[in-house]
Unconditional design. Structure first.
Length: 174
C-alpha cells in the first residue's frame, strides 16, 4: 500500500476478514480499516458514464467544461480517450459538443453556450440540480440565502447564479 491515503494503515477490512481476524487490536490500540473498493456517488458515476458514452457515440473530441469529477485518474483516463477538458466555456470552439460537469453550471454559462451554438450534454448531478431549483424557489420567495462552499467552485457559481436570477455578481461573497 504505497498510496498517500493508506500510509499508516495497519490493515484493511478485507485483509482482516480474509485472515479470519475480526478484532486484532487491544482496546487501547487504534486501528484504521480502509474499506475497498471506494467509489463515487451516483451523480459522479452518471457524469463519468455520460462522457464515456459521448466518446463512444460521437467520437473525439468531446469538450468537457472543467473536470467532470475531482479525480485526476478519471480525468486522465477520459483525456486519453479523447475528452478535452477546458476551464471556461469560451475555450470550446463554436459549434462543438460540450459536456457540463457533475458540478453544474450557472445560467450565464448556459447562455454563452446557446449563443455560440454549442451542442450541450448536461451531466449535472441530479442532486445539484435539485439544490439549484430550491435556491431559485427560496430566492423568489424573498429569502436571503447563505451558501457555504469554496469560492469560484462550479457548484457555488451555479447556485449563486441561479438564486440571483442569472447574475451572481450582485451577491455578496465572503
Amino acid at each position: 500500500m504505497a498510496d498517500w491515503y493508506t500510509e499508516g494503515v495497519t490493515t484493511t477490512l478485507s485483509d482482516s476478514i480474509s485472515n479470519g481476524n475480526r478484532s486484532e487490536t487491544s482496546p487501547s490500540q487504534k486501528r484504521v480499516l480502509l474499506l475497498k473498493p471506494r467509489g463515487f456517488c451516483a451523480g459522479v458515476v452518471r457524469a463519468i458514464d455520460v462522457v464515456k458514452i459521448a466518446l463512444d457515440t460521437f467520437g473525439a473530441p468531446i469538450y468537457v467544461r472543467r473536470e467532470i469529477v475531482h479525480n485526476r485518474y478519471v480525468v486522465n483516463e477520459l483525456a486519453e480517450k479523447g475528452a478535452i477538458f477546458v476551464h471556461e466555456i469560451d475555450d470550446v470552439p463554436d459549434g462543438q459538443r460540450v459536456i457540463y460537469s457533475a458540478h453544474g453550471v450557472s445560467p450565464a454559462v448556459r447562455d454563452i453556450s446557446k449563443r455560440r451554438h454549442l451542442r450541450v450534454i448536461d451531466a449535472t448531478c441530479p442532486l445539484v440540480t435539485k439544490v439549484h431549483i430550491e435556491a431559485v424557489k427560496f430566492a423568489k420567495q424573498g429569502y436571503s440565502l447563505v451558501l457555504i462552499g469554496h469560492r469560484d467552485h462550479d457548484e457555488i457559481e451555479g447556485t449563486l447564479g441561479e438564486s440571483a436570477g442569472g447574475d451572481p455578481g450582485g451577491l455578496q461573497r465572503g
